[in-house]
Design a protein around this ligand. Structure first.
Ligand SMILES: Cc1ncc(COP(=O)(O)O)c(C=O)c1O
Length: 392
């Protein structure tokens, strides 16, 4: 039988598939699993967005036809309006905005649209898996930029060898960051990236999937707020976390028209874009009342406090992040000798608490686990009680 491609063989097992398998085993043993592994929002989609979808499919059945791959004008205008309101940035909806089947799709397909076999992409390590795997599937080569705690999880661009920088075509950046939950405090790092990208002629892909999930008054900036950033960059946005619409598969990209043109061309051969009724619901999300986002952030902030304070009380030292729905936690002292996957398996078996192993986000994630804040308060209390016994 024909085997899968070498490119596919090169990919490590997908971290969430590994965790799902472990959990299947735990469920079959009747364990009460508290699943904090995947960043899968548990909060409801705003009512007015659902109503818009229902109204469209009920009363406008002509929306069943193939949509325009790049997104309908109304959707692209709504994305641009959102950027204007949120970041005071102006884009041309015709050429500088694109609808995506979830931002993951665009982030991954950008690599395929840009890279030829052997081309280099600069990828943070650890990273959201598609930043790495999209490059491999495109036939490209990854040069990892380590995200280290001592650098506040920002890559050190000066550590990238000159010959690699010269050959690189694409760089991924992602703040607020998955999995480390790190943020950029201001535009300084982004300014460095713009200069670097201009110097070496590199395309910047800024993944801003967590732009709205911020706490304690922090507001994540857009990479495109740096003067000149649009010359080299595109930015990806998502409905999944902002409006709790992960399963709806909707995202968008804005920025440099030429780069978006490559992505649009690639997409026009690969997919037909987002179902029109979903796009109209997306318009309702972007242009409707935004207090639902404030509510979502309040909930995540409360969970963050509950869990971080609780873990620290148990002696498991974890930082309080300013954004995202994740805690990036070093493996507790008592179990330091374990690899992250081994620790996750052990934790699940002993306590029923499922978290994601750090090495599932790349080798630089080894020694950490990622805890997703995606269940309700009682379950966090439960999780802490179970962890207390283990950490004693
Ligand atoms: C950094 C990052 N980018 C993109 C995505 C994917 O978002 P979407 O659901 O819009 O495809 C995620 C999802 O977890 C993510 O963590």
């Amino acid at each position: 039988m024909v085997e899968c491609s070498d490119k596919l063989k090169k990919l490590p097992p997908y971290v969430f598939a590994v965790m799902k398998n472990l959990m299947k085993d735990a469920y079959s043993k009747k364990l009460d699993v508290i699943d904090l592994s995947m960043g899968n929002p548990d909060l409801p989609t705003p009512r007015h967005v659902i109503d818009r979808l229902v109204d469209t499919v009920t009363n406008h059945p002509n929306t069943h036809r193939y949509p325009q791959a790049k997104g309908m004008p109304k959707f692209r205008q709504a994305v641009c309006q959102f950027y204007k309101n949120r970041f005071d940035l102006t884009f041309d909806p015709e050429t500088e905005a694109l609808a995506l089947v979830g931002s993951k799709e665009g982030v991954g397909h950008l690599a395929a649209a840009i890279l030829d076999a052997g081309d280099i992409a600069l990828v943070p390590g650890p990273s959201y898996p598609v930043h790495y795997n999209g490059v491999i599937l495109a036939g490209g080569q990854v040069h990892l930029m380590p995200l280290l705690e001592e650098n506040k999880y920002l890559p050190d661009l000066t550590k990238i060898p000159e010959d690699i920088a010269r050959k690189a075509k694409l760089i991924y950046i992602n703040y607020p960051n998955n999995p480390t939950a790190a943020v950029v405090e201001d535009l300084k790092f982004y300014e460095e990236v713009v200069s670097f990208a201009k110097k070496y002629d590199i395309i910047v892909a800024s993944d801003l999937a967590y732009s709205e999930i911020c706490f304690d008054g922090y507001r994540a900036p857009s990479f495109l707020q740096v003067p000149g950033a649009k010359d080299v960059a595109v930015e990806f946005g998502s409905f999944s976390k902002t409006y709790n619409m992960a399963g709806w598969r909707m995202g968008f990209a804005v920025g440099n028209a030429r780069i978006l043109g490559y992505l649009e061309k690639f997409k026009s051969y690969m997919d037909y874009g987002v179902f029109t009724a979903l796009q109209l619901a997306g318009v309702a999300a972007l242009t409707g009342p935004q207090d639902c986002i404030t509510e979502t952030c309040k909930v995540y902030q409360r969970r963050r406090d509950l869990m971080v304070d609780g873990l620290n009380k148990l002696g498991w030292k974890v930082n309080k992040p300013k954004a995202t729905m994740y805690l990036w936690a070093p493996i507790p002292e008592k179990f330091k000798q374990m690899k992250s996957l081994e620790f996750c398996e052990f934790l699940l078996k002993e306590t029923g608490v499922a978290v994601a192993p750090g090495n599932g986000f790349g080798e630089n994630g080894e020694g950490y686990v990622r805890i997703a804040l995606v269940t309700h308060d009682n379950r966090f209390h439960d999780a802490l009680l179970r962890l207390k016994k283990l950490l004693k």
